[in-house]
Design a protein around this ligand. Structure first.
Ligand SMILES: [Zn+2]
Length: 457
């Protein structure tokens, strides 16, 4: 009898061990799209150029998180002007992550490009078509590994955002494994104010501490992503295209909330209406400032401009007005402050969100003076998370990075006929109207030199 019991116990142990083993070493599971080798939909005024392919997933554990989840995405698209293309992945719970948005200038194709959290070849925005190898996507893949059930329909959305060139969707493959995309979880949160710091000091020693954001610009991105489009007789102008990336190096988030009162001029309208002049209604937004006290958070609210729907190709989400301002300056005297504006400034509105994060392995967050910020230099890193471009709330976490690439609609200054070739300076200012309260207002401008030689003078 004793022997028999021992045998049962041993059997149970073995069964249990095997069970644990299979949980810890779940084989990589691979799923591919349904609609492969199909023509994409070229952009037209009546369509937004969307092609969607389903990836049906079943048989996975009912939870994806930091132990098992989405590891990588493999993508093949044929398109001879690949910068027309924006690729978004949507999970069964409706969460969207930008895989790649309008990169590669005049190059062609994604050739079985792999997107993962540790992209060996760096960011997709720095890649060269046909993007062979492993890259970091534009957005945060680990957002998917949020505890959701992965079984269901995933959607790969390919937008062809410029008219005239058609392409072919090849395929997409999703890899799930026990090496999922993960990112650092913030110690500081609304639920855990004790994990938040006032500067580098534990907050208990200070009574009330305003966790203010500090927006700044990453000059390296604009220096890398700036290029001149020649003067065009048919259009009547040339163009200077450029990317802009901002990050929050403060100790608190930038958070803006809408009041859900939608205005066409001064008339209140229904949400989703269109104004008589064809524009979209605006709502006032308010900045929330978090104040750390002995007993948790207090909030302070201040007005912070407006937001509105932006329907331009590739955006189709809500933008906060006057986020950045662009000007082309001519070095007309020795004194920088007296340089004349060669081309009128364009006010650009942005969706303010954490498209990505500052990461130590990427050394991606340098302020206007090229000072590098690593995770440990950013107290309250990750507080408080903004994953989409909704009108109700937008913002930039501590260490959150927002980025509008050179291929995005609106990321340009038009160069009028008669503008002389030569040396100019692109001035980019974040929060030009001073709508947002920040801990430092003096680090909001970069100036990048550019020599124009393709214009008609
Ligand atoms: Zn946008």
């Amino acid at each position: 009898m004793k022997l028999y019991l021992e045998f049962i116990l041993l059997l149970l142990c073995v069964l249990n061990y095997n069970n644990l083993k299979s949980q810890n070493n779940f084989d990589t599971k691979v799923f591919t799209s349904n609609q492969n080798y199909k023509p994409l939909n070229d952009y037209s005024k009546s369509s937004n150029g969307l092609f969607s392919s389903d990836i049906i997933i079943n048989g996975l554990p009912n939870r994806i998180d930091k132990t098992f989840g989405l590891e990588k995405v493999q993508l093949a698209i044929q398109h001879s002007r690949i910068s027309d293309i924006k690729v978004v992945l949507e999970s069964p719970d409706g969460l969207e992550v930008w895989v790649s948005n309008r990169h590669g200038r005049d190059g062609a194709n994604y050739s079985e490009t792999i997107f993962c959290n540790s992209g060996f070849r760096g960011k997709i925005s720095d890649g060269i078509p046909p993007f062979v190898g492993e890259y970091l996507p534009d957005g945060i893949l680990s957002n998917f590994n949020n505890g959701q059930n992965p079984n269901g329909i995933w959607k790969l959305k390919v937008y062809d955002l410029s008219e005239g060139v058609t392409g072919i969707f090849g395929s997409v493959v999703l890899y799930f494994s026990n090496k999922p995309a993960i990112d650092i979880v913030s110690k500081c949160s609304l639920e855990n104010p004790k994990g938040c710091k006032c500067n580098n000091i534990n907050h208990k020693k200070h009574k009330n501490c305003k966790l203010l954001p500090d927006l700044t610009l990453i000059k390296e991105i604009t220096e890398k992503e700036i290029h001149e489009i020649p003067y065009s007789e048919t259009k009547g102008y040339g163009e200077l295209r450029f990317g802009v990336s901002t990050f929050n190096k403060g100790i608190g988030p930038l958070e803006v909330k809408g009041n859900n009162i939608w205005l066409c001029n001064f008339d209140t309208v229904q949400k989703g209406a269109i104004c008589h002049n064809g524009t979209y209604p605006r709502q006032q937004v308010f900045q929330t400032i978090y104040i750390l006290t002995k007993n948790g958070f207090k909030k302070e609210i201040k007005t912070a401009g407006f937001n509105a729907y932006d329907a331009r190709p590739g955006h189709e989400h809500f933008h906060s007005d006057d986020y950045v301002n662009y000007e082309l300056l001519v070095p007309s005297s020795l004194e920088k402050s007296q340089w004349k504006v060669a081309c009128k400034g364009t006010k650009a509105s942005f969706c303010i969100w954490d498209l990505s994060y500052c990461r130590d392995d990427l050394i991606n967050c340098k302020d206007i003076n090229n000072k590098l910020y690593l995770v440990n230099d950013l107290p309250n890193y990750g507080f408080k998370g903004f994953k989409d471009c909704l009108p109700e709330v937008q913002g930039l976490s501590v260490g959150g990075v927002d980025y509008y690439g050179e291929g995005f609609e609106g990321q340009s200054i038009l160069l009028p006929k008669g503008l002389k070739n030569g040396l100019y300076y692109l001035k980019i200012e974040i929060d030009p109207q001073n709508l947002f309260l920040e801990s430092d207002e003096t680090n909001n401008t970069i100036i990048v030199p550019i020599t124009l030689n393709k214009q008609k003078d």
